[in-house]
Write a protein that binds this ligand. Structure first.
Ligand code: 13P
Length: 257
């Protein structure tokens, strides 16, 4: 049984004062949920917030992570942050290959393969994002795109227990459009089949695959109840504590008592 993971991607939002207020609301809300230890909660904040967030979530069940990392361990890479620097903060997870990294910052599969390895070799968990654009979906290329994003980045040398995959259709991110439950389940099955080819079926069945793209309190229950959807990667709705908590509650409701 895969434990649901609800991850918030704060993107480039929140100053220190704002972040303290948001994380306070999240910690309080999670504390009130009867989570039965059955759901993991993660927030991925801007780099500047990692140290203060570490303090704010210490001794709570809320985990924290980063949204990106540089693939090299150190060097003349102005403006970049290494995985060792992330480890210093005590964070546990790093998002790799978010669609904004791919499409706004031009990161390609070969580079993302290095980033995933930098993360897992440091003992952190990579949340590796895949997803097709609207043009690719309309051209009937969704499966091909997902398979190359998986196959060119995830190999048997990536320890499966340090890997989470997130399916985020680019056309659903920040648009208010969500993949239908059928569309989401279909792609999640393709991702799990790709993992089974890379590892084996039993290992693939242990890897969590999150859905992301306009997840809101109103659609979370439908998405999270799908057999191959093991959680959510939430953008806009994670910036409002009550909405994020409502999505976590929807995940808690999927866990058998
Ligand atoms: P939205 O939930 O705002 O669509 O963002 C999704 C996302 O990109 C999470 O990483």
């Amino acid at each position: 049984m895969r434990k649901p993971l609800i991850a918030g991607n704060w993107k480039m939002h929140k100053t220190l004062v704002e972040a303290r207020e948001l994380v306070g609301g999240i910690v309080e809300g999670v504390g009130k949920l009867d989570a039965r230890g059955g759901v993991e909660v993660l927030i991925c904040t801007p780099y500047t917030l990692l140290f203060p967030i570490a303090k704010a979530v210490a001794k709570t069940p809320v985990m924290f992570g980063a949204q990106n990392v540089h693939e090299e361990s150190q060097g003349a890479f102005t403006g970049e942050v290494s995985v060792a620097m992330l480890k210093d903060t005590g964070c546990t997870h790093v998002i790799v290959g978010h669609s904004e990294r791919r499409h706004v910052f031009g990161e390609k599969n070969d580079r993302l393969a290095k980033k995933v390895r930098a993360v897992v070799e440091a003992g952190l968990t990579a949340i590796y994002c895949v997803g097709e654009t609207l043009d690719e979906r309309e051209a009937g290329r969704t499966r091909e795109v997902i398979e190359s994003q998986m196959g060119e980045v995830i190999g048997p040398d990536v320890p499966a227990d340090r890997l989470v995959v997130a399916y985020e259709p680019v056309w659903a991110i920040g648009t208010g459009k969500t993949a239908s439950p059928e569309q989401a389940q279909e792609v999640h099955e393709w991702i799990r089949a790709s993992l089974a080819g890379t590892y084996d079926r039993a290992t693939a069945d242990r890897v969590r695959i999150l859905y992301g793209g306009s997840v809101k309190p109103g659609n979370a229950a439908d998405l999270l109840s799908l057999p191959d959807v093991d959680g959510a990667l939430v953008g806009g709705a994670c910036l409002v504590a009550s909405d994020f908590i409502a999505i976590i509650s929807a995940a808690v409701a999927t866990v058998p008592a």
